[in-house]
Design a protein around this ligand. Structure first.
Ligand SMILES: CN1c2c(nc(N)[nH]c2=O)NC[C@@H]1CNc1ccc(C(=O)N[C@@H](CCC(=O)N[C@@H](CCC(=O)N[C@@H](CCC(=O)O)C(=O)O)C(=O)O)C(=O)O)cc1
Ligand SMILES: N[C@@H](CCS)C(=O)O
Ligand SMILES: [Zn+2]
Length: 773
């Protein structure tokens, strides 16, 4: 029998229940037992919903209170020493994720620990916590939630399938620390494997027949040491008395398929990213191995083309028979919003668009329909198939998706549109003369605290409970507050604080044609933080100027320069759910043109510094090197297209965060932004080490402190970071700034941190003057 399965479910809940539970616990408004009971209830609800949609085997272990990679580290005792003094396990866990600052009490000493590093999960907008491994790392199996969850789900009558992150991916995603000599974490595999064997044994003893082991590294270009590690790992793990389903996703296996022929009982493959790999995978499998067909797109929101998926499933069944096939989403559904059934707004305003959509709950139903079509015949699901075929066809032929004028404009773009008038040195002189900034100029990345008051005002305005005039007055007062604070703090290049924006992508989507929006389409981004990616379903163009009013107003309040603030074309695209009927480069070019018009309008309105954020450019880098050049050519091109319409004396900034940038250093240079502010504070200056070998010629502000933690950085720690940067970057190119926007922080932390940061810049200026004198 073909079996309907799932790889992971949106654990945050239909209404972000988990976020509320966790944040209430952090704010000491609820107890640990409230948190754990709420989490348990959510898990149970999710198993039930999946079963109701027809999923036979539900995943357990896909749930987390903060991050699954962090869970894996804690489960195996990989806790860096700086957290050892925190006695409570849960408090220690959250401290690793988000840092902890606590004053001393009569019974406990002061605690001040920063959060661990956070990085992008492959090519997604999800961030994981980077495990830290010491050279002589010891691994010990702790109490593991996946075992408890399995027992819990089984007792409730579900057929649970435990899911864990595999040993090769776990080590690969981590970093080596405190080593007397450099080592790669994968060298720790022999020490790690016994705890995995132990874990598999515990699951088997609890009655698990299958375990899903996620090894997403298998879709990367693997060096020989990792290939060898894979062999060693799975030769060892297969000794456990449990069937192993090895899950790869986000890309084709390519030649790595040779690795997975042995040692496992089943293989999950992402057939959305590459349906053509099916035949070669089936051919590579041994006579007893299963295939799990990743047919339903876990990374996008469009209804599945059930006709095509059933045909693919049928071809697998023709080769392997019905008893060795699972039907599944392409990857975990955590990257998908919860359910279209919550989206009454789209259903009423754009019923045609509504009919094209499928979120996690509906995707489970699609998996079940495909499975039943194979096991019971297509007649059994005829009605569902007919409805689906209609939706697929109306999307293909809809007049909502094409705008001929935009398509014509694309044809008029010339090579000069991708270039600034003069090279950077000339521009730099003109900008310096106009802006007259001190050395070590200070700035921030754009957003200031999105307070409860701002969110409530926005929610009320959306519901028509406050008038546009009152909302406008409120936003202006927020902008003025931010400007006045920055003046007081003596920052050099100011921002307006982004109070009018719910999110840097969703906000702009509302101002563009071709975008649709959900009310509840939350997807977790990191920890408890979620985003609501808009849906791009049609050709994109600007409705009207998008930011000129706020920027001009902000500039009118001060004599210091205020940065215009836009989200770049690649990020606008990557952080949205995108149409799949148009090439990414075409869609991105449409967005770039809309932004280019905005940049030019900002300049005309007297804005001398304009920032176009591109944090997603690195995350969009294809997972295989062979695809990098083509991607970088169009993505860098789109950034340049959006920013090159201005005069030489207009200073273009860009900003990037939460990624490994070394791979794309040349592309960053090629963006030709006058200034880049870039995350650096948590990666122990790894970013900067590249400057030992390569010269970055434009101005750069490597973030001085980590904004995603509530902890306030001291003057001394930021000064030592800046000192370190001076080893790599000439001082006349350096800017002083935090490593990302401040929207998720509270005002007291922001004020304290920025005042400290400005002190640091001033110290270095004085130091410089002293040296010159
Ligand atoms: C820079 N980052 C971003 C990424 N992706 C984006 N799409 N946007 C980004 O900015 N990826 C990389 C990083 C990730 N960083 C963050 C940082 C912070 C958040 C965050 O704070 N998310 C918020 C939700 C933000 C939002 O859209 N807010 C809306 C709705 C707010 C809301 O909850 N409203 C209430 C009603 C009002 C109330 O009572 O509070 C409701 O709907 O119930 C808004 O401000 O209007 C979060 O809460 O998680 C995300 C990624
Ligand atoms: N301007 C945005 C960039 C975040 S990556 C902000 O400050 O929030
Ligand atoms: Zn950022």
């Amino acid at each position: 029998m073909v079996i309907a399965t799932n790889l992971g479910f949106p654990y945050v809940g239909p209404h972000r229940e988990l976020k509320k539970l966790v944040e209430s616990f952090w704010a000491s408004k609820s107890s640990k037992s409230d948190l754990l009971a709420g989490a348990r209830q959510l898990r149970e609800n999710h198993w039930r919903v999946q079963k109701e949609q027809g999923i036979d085997q539900v995943p357990v272990g896909d749930f987390t209170l903060y991050d699954r990679v962090l869970d894996t580290a804690c489960n195996f005792g990989v806790v860096p020493k700086r957290y050892h003094d925190i006695p409570d396990r849960l408090e220690q866990y959250f401290a690793m994720g988000r840092g902890l600052q606590k004053s001393a009490t009569d019974t406990s000493p002061k605690i001040d620990v920063p959060a661990m590093e956070m990085k992008k999960w492959f090519d997604t907008n999800y961030h994981f916590i980077v495990p830290e491994f010491e050279q002589h790392q010891k691994f010990t199996l702790q109490e593991v939630s996946v075992v408890n969850d399995f027992i819990e789900a089984k007792a409730l009558g579900f057929t649970p399938r435990p899911v864990v992150l595999g040993p090769v991916s776990f080590l690969y995603l981590g970093k080596a620390v405190k080593a007397s000599e450099p080592f790669e974490p994968i060298a720790l595999l022999d020490r790690l494997l016994p705890v995995y064997v132990d874990l598999l044994g515990r699951l088997s003893a609890a009655g698990a027949e299958w375990i899903q082991i996620d090894e997403p590294v298998l879709v990367l270009d693997l060096l020989d040491n990792l290939r060898l590690a894979y062999e060693v790992a799975y030769t060892t793990l297969r000794q456990a008395n449990i069937k192993i389903l090895l899950a790869s996703y986000f890309g084709p296996l390519g030649t790595n398929v040779d690795l997975v022929k042995n040692h496992i009982d089943g293989l999950h493959v992402d057939l959305v990213r590459d349906p053509n790999q099916l035949d070669s995978i089936c051919a590579a499998l041994g006579p007893h191995q299963y295939i799990s067909l990743g047919l339903v797109d876990g990374r996008n929101v469009w209804k599945n083309n059930l006709h095509k998926s059933i045909a693919l499933a049928q071809s697998a069944v023709n080769i392997l028979g019905t008893d060795r096939v699972f039907v599944a989403p392409s990857c975990s559904l955590i990257h998908s919003p919860y359910s279209t059934q919550l989206e009454k707004g789209i259903r009423d305003d754009n019923p045609e668009l509504f009919e094209w959509l499928s979120f996690a709950v509906e995707k489970c139903a699609e998996i079940s329909i495909i499975t039943r079509a194979i096991t019971s015949g297509q007649d059994f699901v005829r009605e569902a198939l007919e409805r689906n075929a209609l939706a697929v066809e109306t999307r293909r032929t809809s007049s909502q998706t094409v705008n001929k004028e935009i398509r014509r404009r694309l044809d008029t773009i010339s090579p000069n549109d991708y270039k600034r008038v003069s090279p950077f040195p000339t521009r730099r002189e003109q900008q310096a003369a106009k802006l007259r900034l001190p050395s070590f100029p200070t700035t921030t990345i754009g957003s200031f605290p999105q307070t409860k008051e701002i969110r409530v005002a926005r929610a009320k305005f959306a519901k028509g409970l406050i008038s546009p005039q009152s909302y406008d007055t409120f936003i202006k007062s927020e902008i003025e507050r931010v400007i006045r604070f920055q003046e007081r703090a003596e920052l050099d290049v100011l921002v307006h604080g982004e109070p009018e924006r719910n999110d840097m992508v969703e906000h702009f989507g509302h101002l563009l044609h071709g975008y649709g929006f959900t009310e509840h389409g939350w997807v977790v981004s990191y920890g408890s933080r979620c985003v609501k990616p808009p849906l791009i379903y049609g050709d994109v163009s600007r409705r009207a100027p998008m930011t000129v009013t706020e920027s001009a107003y902000s500039q009118s309040l001060t004599t210091r320069p205020v940065k215009g603030m836009l989200t770049g074309p690649v990020t606008m695209m990557k952080w949205s759910f995108v149409r799949d009927d148009v090439e990414p480069r075409v869609l991105c070019t449409q967005i770039a043109l809309a932004l280019r018009d905005e940049v030019v309008d900002l300049e005309a309105a007297g804005i001398a510094v304009i920032q176009v954020d591109e944090p997603a450019i690195r995350e969009g880098l294809p997972l295989r090197r062979q695809d990098w050049a083509a991607y970088l050519e169009w993505s860098v091109g789109c950034f340049r297209l959006s920013t090159s319409g201005v005069r030489d004396d207009t200073q273009i900034h860009t900003h990037m965060c939460y990624s490994d940038f070394n791979d794309i250093f040349d592309a960053i240079q090629d963006l030709d932004a006058d200034v880049i502010t870039i995350e650096n504070s948590k990666s122990e200056a790894k970013l900067l080490s590249i400057f030992e070998h390569k010269r970055y010629t434009n101005e750069i502000g490597p973030g001085l402190y980590d904004i995603h933690s509530p902890r306030v950085p001291s003057v001394e720690e930021m000064a030592s970071r800046l000192e370190e940067m001076l080893r790599y970057i000439p001082k006349h190119l350096i800017w002083v700034n935090p490593d990302c926007g401040l929207k998720s922080r509270a005002w007291p932390e922001v004020e304290a941190a920025l005042l400290n940061m400005v002190k640091v810049a001033k110290q270095f200026r004085t130091h410089e003057e002293t040296v010159v004198a």
